[in-house]
Design a protein around this ligand. Sequence first.
Ligand code: UDP
Length: 329
Amino acid sequence: MQAERTSTVVVTGAAGFLGSHICERFLKDGHRVLGIDNLRTGLRANVEFLASLPTGRERFCFVEADASEPWTSWLDRAPEAWMKDVPYVFHFASPASPPLYQRWPLETLAVNSVGLWSALDFATERGARVIFASTSEIYGDPAVSPQPETYFGNVNGIGPRACYDEAKRFGEALIVSYNQAKGTRHGFVRIFNTYGPRMNPDDGRVVVNFLRHAQLGQPLPVQGDGKQTRSFCYVDDLVEGLVRFAKSEEVGPINLGNDREFTILELVAAVQSLYPEKPLALRQLPAAIDDPKRRRPDLSLAKSKLGWSPTIELESGLRRMSEWLATQT
Ligand code: UDP
């Protein structure tokens, strides 16, 4: 399905990191964007930024609302005329960092289940396609690497990460079942670690946390022995993958991320190289419970189905993010 320029793209989690970048992309492409966020973990500054874009004044509408509440309770706050032609509903509202989803476990479970269900009903009534943000956490602490979409995962369903992992697993099952029952083609992607400007500086995820500590001249907090791995994708690459997925007929799962794998200690070294004049100390912390020891996406499907692969190297992405972070107080 190709979206017309006058159509309205709906984005839940519009004040969040990925949500705000999706809004920006569609505004720049000339669409109207209806952003929904309850501002629990998202930033008001992000929606103010969107409203300040050249097209934002007329084409961006923000509704401060909880996507887990019935959508009928807040939809009348959006312009009615905007709801006639909706090609995509990006359901990206959810806490996404381990400290934040562990602080808001019930809210995390709700928004990825009942919130997603409302998004599916809303979209289906309008002939729109839901794009749901699933996650590499589906794979848990993986026994295979890199992780292909066919891998069932190794998740502790009652551990401290369960509220997020199981919520996303439920979300995937809901979309697959919904499509079967109703003949729809809603979709989901599995997003691997992503970083970039407009991530909440207090989010707690490793890239923003290391950069912030480095800028403040504080020791970088390394959890565990630092030998665990992650693969970091710059947000512009990810958004391009999301747009291609939305415009395709694919249901998913499809992995989106960067497949260059780093240990956390290698990430420390990459951050250090941004500050050659400032030797960075480390602060050793206990390993997080159920922390995946490695993570790297198999991107074969994204390449073959979407013609997409990431292009931005960690070093240049880190530099761009640190420049943005330096502008934040
Ligand atoms: N981590 C760390 N210091 C931090 C934040 C995270 O050493 O300040 C580690 C964490 O234990 C994990 C990895 O970095 O092994 C990635 O954590 P993050 O919270 O970014 O996301 P995750 O991939 O675990 O969801």
